[in-house]
Design a protein around this ligand. Sequence first.
Ligand code: PDD
Length: 280
Amino acid sequence: DTAYLNGRFLPLADAQVPVLDRGFLFGDAVYEVIPVYTGRAYALADHIHRLDRSLRSIGLADPLAPDGWSDLVNDLIARNGGGDMAVYLQVTRGAPSRRDHRPASATGPATVVGFCQTRSPIAESLLEQGIAAVVRDDTRWARCDIKSTALLANVLLAGDAHANDANEAILVRDGRLTEGASSNVFVVSGGTLATPPLEAAILPGITRARVLSLAAANDIPVAQRRVETGELRAADEIWLTSSTREIFPVTRLDGEPVGHGRPGALWTRLRALLQADTHD
Ligand code: PDD
């Protein structure tokens, strides 16, 4: 496994950052996960654009400028043999000589990390069955639109879901759906498709945006609107979207069947459209 660290390619096991790195001490860092299909990064420009937005939101200058990122991603893919995988990128505010909360204390260069991880194909049996999810209070901070590595709440929520035999925690805040602990959420209810609108409470998911434009291009109406917890619980279909899970049907919510308890008809359509898009 070949990784990238601050201008150098090296074995992933040898890629180490100092203890004083602000990413390690404070989670003072942003990241991206980019899916790769048969050696090609999917929606790469969208991921680079979001990384740039995350960097700007935390007041960090882009250390590679927009052009450097696509070269880095393609280089990592080539050096790791192509195929189906995911590229992980992270930028931290660097490693100053002492621990200090104030971001201005980090005057040196940012830390830039990249590596690849295999992305096992999603098992057809799991897709036929769908997955279980639990509903949980959204215990995260107020700026979930920034793709920050400060993911303690998400990590605890993922553990809570797993401990309850579920694959994802679907989060609600102030009585309405926000997103999953590591995914965006779509619901089908009353014959229409809906997903919460972009705001500070959710990540602007790249897969979410692709699903929205695929739906629009195929005359499938989608509303970006608030979804109350009651509507979520009564939905006919629930899907998760993310770069690693693609578009995934949720068929049990807090132990109750979603709709008729099987992946729905609209999911089957959008899944086929997304498959065609990732593989074209
Ligand atoms: N997570 N919301 C949250 C909180 C996420 O962590 C993710 C993705 C998404 C979906 O975004 P996208 O479609 O751009 O992947 C939504 C990545 C995959 C991760 O942390 O591994």
